[in-house]
Design a protein around this ligand. Sequence first.
Ligand code: ADP
Ligand code: MG
Length: 709
Amino acid sequence: MSGRPPITLRDLAAIDVGQLRGVGEKKRASLAAFDIHDVLDLVTTYPRRWVDRTNEARIADLVPGQEALVLVTVRSVTKRVTRNRRTMVNVNVGDGSGRMQVVFFNQPWRERQLKEGLQIALFGKADTYRGGLQMANPVVDLIGDRTGKIVPIYPQSEKAQLNTWELAAWVEEALRRCRERGIADPVPERVRDRLGLVDRASALWSIHGPDTMREKDAARRRLAFDELLRVQLVLVMRKRELERTSKGLEHVIGGELVQRFHDALPYPLTGAQQRAIGEIQADLAGPNPMHRLLQGDVGAGKTVVAVTTLLDAVQGGHQGALMAPTEVLAEQHAAGVRALLGDLEVPDPGNLFGDRPLRVELLTNRVTGSERKAVLAGLADGAVDIVIGTHALIQEGVEFNSLGAVVVDEQHRFGVEQRAALRDKSLAHVPDLLVMTATPIPRTAAMTVYGDLDVSVLDELPPGRTPIVTKWANGPLLEVEVWGDVRAQIAEGRQAYVVCPLIEESEKLEVASAEETYQRLAAGELAGLRLGLLHGRLTPAEKQMTMDLFRAGQLDVLVATTVIEVGVDVPNATVMVILDADRFGIAQLHQLRGRVGRGAHESTCWLVTQEHEGGNARVEALVASTDGFELAEVDLELRGEGTLMSTSQKGRSDLKLASLRRDRGLVARAREAAFEIVDADPDLAAHPVLLDELDLLFTEEDEGFLAKS
Ligand code: ADP
Ligand code: MG
């Protein structure tokens, strides 16, 4: 033993790959093209697959039509160009049990890649072709002359000219040369023991060269935990620091104003609403500024919770602000909130008559002139209790007398800068912040991406809703049934929405397609009915007029683009038809569907697609579930991983192994561990190696991104 301390990630990052045997200038350049510059990059370049030789099939055992993995030797390679000018590379391969033909279309480079005598692993479906077996376009892994039961397969690049066995050999050499000093393990032993995690050195050895697949799994779990723990440490440290350094208001909860508001509601609060309000009020009463996310499906009743939050602030003589992403939504919110508040009066101890009317104002760019002046003056002197507007409210020199609580609708566009603006808004205290979202985020994703927020969930819809029946109309024959249903519902006095195909590339094209759909339906399937058209290129006045007509029941059908996604509430509308539904994402379909099912009548949502063979996973998910949280999980599953950080700066802090989908449980464990570590040691002074890792792996930009919203 040399007595020197074990090797840290920073030590590894300080060693250039050029120090490894066999890495000369040329290979060094190839590695650099792969973003592997130092030994840390190298040992965290994990295999993307492990070929288990004990589990492979032999050619003789292949069953036509079934996927299988075979390990074979290349016997001959030929290339030709087919009549329709596609290249076709034919490879004859064999193992001890037999031979097979492999064919690659449009992959001319395979001719150079697959040399005679090379050992390769093929994964694909074998079929019978002209009496023999053939695999078309299988996944190919070059095995080289690697021995061992389990062969790690690294990401390979033809261009960079790196082979999986070269990478494996360098990784092995690097790890071998770490052996003497050992590799530091900064995760506290009690956490490792509790979670049954192997130590870091073993994990690195095993992920690159496992003896069994189980050993590989244990290694993967440990290294994935490290990635998740680091993210959570950044988030939790930041959360605790915010709490330490910002002084919030200690609102007095339980005043008369909120009581009056709840008493005046025509319905009792749901259990979920009560729970969320309780969580929010506990934050409001506490000394730290609230920083909470309110998640709730469309129609879950978030508005009542938001208004309660604002009134809690008003009760104590402060002001509340509600911010929407657009002016139109701000106007809708203002109308909705005013209707909800009715003629609520504020108890006013300074007033001889005891009460004064609550003052709610709208402030957008469309509020101008003397009206605007009056609102601004009222905000500055405290005469305005609640203001509703866009983010401009906090950005453009609007003065508040005492801003006590801010509710933001939709988290996406409310980032770090907005939060900073909010903190600067009032010198005496930082207002409490509630962020609302109708796009449910799976719990583990919320914990990671919005990990410095607390989360309340409205997971219960108000009673008395008739559930929406969702049906898939696949192809023109079934579409006939759709229009029949629309006509039948309208004959019953109901109304319908038709959502036109989404064209993401161009609003102009989308509008054109909406106009076309409108003409087609008006002249054809829906002839004789009263149709309206709504899209993003109409003036606000035109939109307003169309919406008013629809709301008043003077239109039977509203043909629209996705502009109706948010905020439209017409209880008499019971049918929604979404054309080319497979062009939309799950969250968007779910949002759209939420426009119906708002009244007492049973509602239907038709998802129309051009004829599909086989399934469409997103459409099927919508048919199977109306639960936004469940759908969010499916969405995460279908979309795969994606990166955690903004994609443009994919760097070391990205999750290489951990998956928010696969490792749900591990995310929660990592978060717990982070709280445990940070609460005992807020600056990580007693965990210098861990702190150093965060420093090494996260840029300030990353940390900013992690703390978004
Ligand atoms: P969200 O903003 O979460 O989509 P809203 O706040 O707009 O939902 O509420 C949707 C509808 O449910 C509104 O018409 C509202 O009046 C009604 N609502 C809210 N809370 C309740 C409740 N506890 N019981 C019955 N209806 C409710
Ligand atoms: Mg709402």
